[in-house]
Design a protein around this ligand. Structure first.
Ligand code: NAD
Ligand code: UDP
Length: 320
């Protein structure tokens, strides 16, 4: 397959590119390098079947491809709130342009959606049939609502134009190649711990998330792209069904690193979801997928990566 990965120089996109090349596909990574880096794909740049195009998805592009993974969009609250209008444009216009491309060349397209479409959920765990509880005018809206419109566009292009679509709702994923300044909780805590700084716990740390290791996530995404069942165009949750409080995450990282970690409390950001945990029965049933990597194992790999990066090395960036 000739495969286009938008956001291909980012955290998830770079692992996906590595996996696709490993399976013998020819890969174009398209990225504006806002939060992604060439370092993430440095091991791939010499590969004869790999190409990087520096391009912003808010502008259309003409390419000949068979598969499109639309991953371009800043994912950390710090980054997506930095320029919220641009975040909306990236999700809405970016998805529109990728769907236009898919329609023109007859490509299959997978949209990286998010657990944030459930907002601050009132249903636990979250099933795909839950419509969510999203504030349309809050600090997270640019991301949440942008991704919700992207899902709508995917569904309408499928129904109206017959485009072959897939939608994955990704829950909090972590691992090597998150950036040091990413701002999300796992990278923040590990970098702070390695620097001997106190860990910044927002609020009282009782809010929950469910953390999935990147290799598991990429595996779920690949299985969804290959699925051709009756309901394959409907959204699928991919994430870890083990819920953990942020306070428990501090303990975990301390155990994995063999240190007692100091904590400093910071205010809980507005609209920060209180609980989040996926119901993955749809992925289990249709994709035969469930996460395999234990949290301690994934955290140890991520600690090793950031240790190397902070020492000035490249970090091995995981297997992808
Ligand atoms: P990331 O910030 O590392 O990657 C995003 C990539 O998109 C970066 O390389 C960035 O430079 C690129 N990009 C941003 N705006 C762009 C634009 N306008 N044009 C071209 N490229 C652009 O984040 P990530 O964690 O790898 O997330 C990748 C995708 O997965 C995003 O769509 C995100 O919403 C989704 N997602 C991730 C998670 C997670 O936990 N990692 C959870 C839910 C959804
Ligand atoms: N968080 C925290 N300290 C940090 C970064 C995040 O306590 O340094 C909390 C944040 O308030 C949220 C959870 O960790 O409740 C996950 O935050 P992240 O930004 O990783 O992802 P998201 O909120 O988008 O799920």
């Amino acid at each position: 397959m000739r495969v286009l990965v938008t956001g291909g120089a980012g955290f998830l996109g770079s692992h996906l590119c590595g996996r696709l090349l490993g399976e013998g596909h020819s890969v174009i990574a398209l990225d504006n390098l806002f939060t992604g880096t060439k370092r993430n794909i440095s091991a791939l740049l010499g590969h004869r079947d790999f190409e990087l195009i520096r391009h912003d998805v808010v502008n259309p592009i003409l390419l000949e491809v068979d598969w499109i993974f639309n991953f371009a969009c800043p994912a950390s609250p710090v980054h997506y709130q930095n320029n919220p209008v641009k975040t909306v444009k990236t999700s809405v216009m970016g998805t529109l342009h990728m769907l236009g491309l898919a329609k023109r060349v007859g490509a299959r397209i997978l949209q990286a959606s998010t657990s944030e479409v459930y907002g601050d959920p009132a249903v636990h765990p979250q099933t795909e049939s839950y419509w969510g509880n999203v504030n349309p005018v809050g600090p997270r809206s640019c991301y949440d609502e942008g991704k919700r419109v992207a899902e709508t566009l995917m569904t309408d292009y499928h129904q109206q134009n017959g485009v072959d679509t897939r939608i994955v709702r990704i829950f909090n994923t972590y691992g090597p190649r998150m950036t040091v300044g990413d701002g999300r909780v796992v990278s923040n805590f590990i970098v702070q711990a390695l620097r001997g700084e106190p860990l910044t716990v927002y609020g009282d740390g009782s809010q929950t998330r469910s953390f999935c290791y990147v290799d598991d996530l990429v595996d779920g995404v690949m299985r969804l792209m290959a699925w051709e069942g009756d309901t394959c165009h409907d959204p699928v949750n991919v994430g870890c069904p083990v819920e953990s409080t942020i306070a428990e995450l501090v303990e975990r990282i301390g155990r994995v690193m063999g240190r007692r970690l100091e904590v400093v409390r910071r205010p809980l950001p507005k609209d920060d979801p209180v609980r989040r945990c996926p119901d993955i029965s749809r992925a289990e049933r249709h994709l035969g997928w469930s996460p395999k990597v234990e949290l301690d194992t994934g955290l140890a790999k991520t600690v090793a990566y950031f240790e190397s990066v902070l020492k000035g090395g490249q970090g091995d960036g995981g297997e992808g």
